[in-house]
Design a protein around this ligand. Structure first.
Ligand SMILES: [Zn+2]
Length: 141
């Protein structure tokens, strides 16, 4: 018997750091433009010296807008059966990013636009092998 493992849905997207969960992106050291996910070059048309360094974002944000996903999304989206509706939102981060993510709530109907939210790393689904696959979400605080 093997022990179930926890794996991120994608490498290099988020991490549990000593300070808590963070999104892994990059930032141009010339013009300060932040990127999530990481960018290879700076896309700011007014920046003439693209120099990117790794940057961490989060955990605090504000829910700009959201909707509730009432029906199962088509492949390649994955979720636990039976499907449960969830809120998906656009979260403004103080670092200057707007990020699309699931909003972790007990009841998606209780989601409040404009609410303060905090980054969390939670299960996205359990694989057929019994492994927990995690992703980043924002929890309404
Ligand atoms: Zn730049």
């Amino acid at each position: 018997m093997t022990t179930p493992t926890t794996t991120p849905v994608a490498e290099g997207l988020f991490a549990e750091t000593a300070a808590g969960p963070r999104l892994l992106g990059s930032k141009c050291t010339t013009c300060e433009t932040p990127y999530f996910p990481k960018a290879a070059i700076c896309h700011n048309p007014n920046c003439n010296d693209s120099k990117l360094e790794d940057a961490e974002f989060g955990p605090h944000g504000k829910l700009w807008s959201y909707t509730v996903q009432y029906y199962p999304p088509p492949p390649p989206a994955k979720y636990d059966e039976p499907y449960k509706p969830y809120a998906i939102g656009l979260i403004d981060l103080p670092e200057g990013l707007r990020v699309l993510a699931q909003v972790s709530t007990v009841d998606p109907e209780s989601t409040v636009g404009g609410a303060d939210v905090e980054l969390v790393i939670e299960r996205l689904y359990t694989s057929p092998e019994g492994n927990e696959v995690t992703t980043f979400k924002f929890r309404q605080s």
